[in-house]
Design a protein around this ligand. Structure first.
Ligand code: 5GP
Length: 193
């Protein structure tokens, strides 16, 4: 997606050979206009898939997921990373290890919001080693729902997550795939749409 890739080049900060900071438009401040466009692109890629629900992870997955849900006219559920006083029963949970934070979080969603008849689009901001996506897949599988695929804003193609998730037969649509962050420069995968 051209506008996203331009934004990454203009405003993304390469923190190391593996980490990209995009706080000015995706992870802290949100560029609402870009996010609207992102929602439209995801919606067009999954418009024929009879999606009934979008499932994402708080907090950075919420903005692109809501914009996509708006176009597809489906509800968006976000998994929580912390226990909530009002969310303590009837939970679907999965453990997610974060390589960046070096910690394991138990993510959870209420059973009330994912049903066996749902056809789910899973979304997140980044795909790196795939742990967050696998955790979301586990939750949706536990609910007995179908998985239509995954929508990722930025995939780091040099890490193992994309291959791991696709090898399970899951369709993964990424709007920008990064081939390398070496020497402080963002290089995109050439066949990127
Ligand atoms: P994974 O579970 O695929 O290893 O990592 C995905 C999660 O880690 C995403 O939800 C995202 O929040 C975070 N993440 C992974 N790599 C990056 C990165 O390069 N930059 C930012 N800002 N977040 C990342």
């Amino acid at each position: 997606m051209k506008a996203l890739k331009s934004k990454i080049v203009q405003q993304g900060k390469v923190l190391s050979d593996t980490v990209l900071k995009v706080d000015s438009f995706l992870n802290h401040q949100i560029d609402a206009t870009l996010m609207k466009e992102i929602g439209e692109v995801f919606a067009s890629r999954f418009k024929k898939d009879n999606i009934t629900k979008i499932v994402t992870l708080e907090s950075s997955g919420i903005a692109p997921a809501v914009m996509t849900g708006l176009v597809l006219h489906v509800p968006v559920v976000f998994a929580r990373k912390k226990k909530s006083l009002t969310l303590s029963e009837n939970l679907l949970t999965a453990n997610v290890y974060s390589y960046t934070k070096e910690e394991t979080n138990t993510i959870s969603v209420s059973r009330d919001f994912i049903k066996p008849e749902d056809n789910v689009l899973i979304m997140d901001d980044f795909l790196a080693n795939g742990q967050a996506l696998l955790g979301l897949l586990e939750i949706v599988e536990r609910a007995g729902a179908s998985i239509a695929g995954a929508g990722i804003v930025i995939e780091k193609g040099f890490q193992s997550g994309g291959e791991l998730v696709r090898s399970r037969g899951i369709r993964v649509e990424s709007l920008a795939t990064i081939a390398s962050l070496q020497n402080g420069t963002v290089t995109f995968k050439e066949d990127d749409k």
